[in-house]
Design a protein around this ligand. Structure first.
Ligand code: KIV
Length: 258
């Protein structure tokens, strides 16, 4: 299936069935999630915390994203492969184009970048160049330090107005979808009702957006040291790894004496 066909199918889900998106940072995870029927895979810059051991996403580089995008792309997924653009790789439209092309060359079919009104020119430049864009509004992990930490967005009328303006800006610029992160459930539902593009919620309530995205490591408890309150857990990979390693180590034998 071509990228255009995949995006068309995702857009056709609006009002019909929820769209699923999960993060994948490597080949086996991408294959497994694809075989499970997930609609979109996100090589998220959350890989900074989940696989590289950084405290947040701000240390993630374009080289990291290219490396992991290429691994996921080798799985040749039916799911649409979206890759995150790291902080300061899309400060101007020209820089955004150069960075996005590196991700597309590595196998991404679409890119995601954070921001609304402030990134409208960058999204416009990418879409004009034929690169599909998923926008990301609400809580922006790349700007968590200057934006006042991990708190729910859309609590005041001013914040709701700003979110509405952000949604309009990314839609005008041509994004095919928008992630709405950590926004009050009522506000996410209101934005979705007003949106012509696919909204994907995270930490913004259940059944409020056209679909949801979750960090895979949270879904299967593969990063047990921190889990966001809103995360849904359907497996305990950390527990399985620990018990498998203990069982294996305790069954080791010394060489027999001759
Ligand atoms: O990097 C990421 O995993 C993300 C999701 C939380 C949407 O941006």
């Amino acid at each position: 299936m071509t990228t255009e066909e995949k995006i068309h199918l995702i857009q056709a889900c609006k009002g019909v069935r929820p769209v699923s998106q999960l993060t994948a940072y490597d080949y086996p995870t991408a294959r497994l999630l694809d075989e499970a029927g997930v609609d979109m895979l996100l090589v998220g810059d959350s890989l900074g915390m989940m696989v590289l051991g950084f405290p947040d996403t701000t240390s993630v580089t374009l080289q990291h994203m290219v490396h992991h995008t290429a691994a996921v792309a080798r799985a040749q997924t039916r799911a649409l492969l979206v890759s995150d653009m790291p902080i300061h790789t899309y400060d101007t439209p020209e820089q955004a184009l150069e960075s996005a092309r590196a991700l597309i060359d590595a196998g991404a079919e679409a890119v995601k970048l954070e921001g609304g009104c402030t990134v409208e020119p960058m999204i416009h430049a990418l879409v004009q160049a034929g690169i599909p864009v998923q926008a990301h509004i609400g809580l922006l992990p790349q700007h968590i330090k200057e934006d006042g930490g991990y708190r729910m967005r859309g609590k005041s009328d001013d914040e709701v107005a700003a979110l509405t303006a952000d949604l309009q800006a990314v839609t005008r610029a041509g994004a095919f979808s928008v992630v709405i992160e950590c926004t009050r459930a009522e506000v996410a539902a209101q934005l979705t009702a007003a949106s012509s593009i696919i909204t994907i919620g995270i930490g913004s309530g259940h059944g409020t957006c056209d679909g949801e995205v979750q960090v895979f490591h949270d879904l299967v408890r593969y990063f047990p040291w921190f889990t966001p309150r809103f995360a849904v857990q359907h497996a305990d990979v950390a527990g399985s790894i620990t018990s498998a390693a203990k069982k294996w180590a305790s069954g080791l034998l010394l060489p027999r004496e001759k």
